[in-house]
Design a protein around this ligand. Structure first.
Ligand code: MN
Length: 233
């Protein structure tokens, strides 16, 4: 199909680079897990007896490594959250935990950028989180590393610095739901498809950035993502 086949200009396809190949990973949906590390639940004052939750971001919220993102509009508390992203490679519904890793193509470092002030206000009213989580440029994501080359990511360090100062530092084994559990739970709610990305939650240490800040997220075996915060839009 060409542009002439559409009544308005069709959106560009979203994709991410893959380590070791020029071929790219096509992004279909972005699912996110909230409240998946106990110390982060506690720092935000949420109920630690409740299980983790799911929300989503639009596909075109993806931003690639090296980009500058605008300081988001309509917030005075623009927060970083560094997270392990899981890239789904094969279709699955009601996936068993024991089979879950067979659906994983690879992994990446991602940032779940958040309008924290709006999230708190919306949570207090029981309202949806979309405007706090699903805005433009809210999902920086690094290069996808295939599980076939780096293995499956169960533990190791996850870290975020702002202007070279360490803000978040934890290990992936602290996740309340590990990757197989997340895939099993999520696949009860949605048919997972190739191209889906799943952000697995953030550890403690979330906080604000201001224009000019440089965030570097890193996870063992998955390299780094560097994102600069630009001026307010
Ligand atoms: Mn998050």
């Amino acid at each position: 199909m060409s542009v002439q086949d559409f009544v308005v200009t069709p959106p560009a396809a979203t994709s991410l680079p893959v380590s070791g190949t020029d071929a790219r990973f096509p992004v279909r949906r972005i699912y996110c897990v909230g409240r998946n590390y106990l110390d982060h639940i506690r720092e935000l004052g949420n109920d630690e007896k409740q299980p983790p939750i799911f929300f989503a971001k639009p596909t075109d919220a993806i931003v690639q490594d090296g980009a500058t993102i605008a300081y988001a509009a309509v917030t005075e508390n623009f927060h970083y959250e560094v997270e392990l992203a899981v890239a789904i490679g094969t279709t699955g519904h009601n996936i068993a935990e024991s089979d879950a890793l067979s659906h994983v193509y690879g992994y990446a470092v991602a940032l779940d950028m958040t309008r924290r002030d709006l999230q708190k206000a919306l949570s207090g009213k029981g309202s949806p989180w979309d405007v706090a989580k699903g805005f433009d440029e809210s999902c920086p994501c690094g290069t996808i590393f295939p599980a076939s080359s780096v293995g499956h990511i169960h533990d190791g360090s996850i870290k975020l610095t702002v202007n070279s100062e360490v803000k978040q530092q934890a290990t992936l084994d602290l996740m309340i739901w590990n990757v197989p559990q997340i895939i099993a739970e999520l696949s009860r709610l949605f048919v997972l498809q190739p191209g889906d990305l799943v952000l697995t939650g953030t550890p403690a240490g979330v906080g604000p950035v201001v224009p000019g800040d440089v965030m570097v997220g890193s996870i063992d075996k998955l390299g780094t993502i560097t994102i600069r915060v630009g001026e307010r839009v």
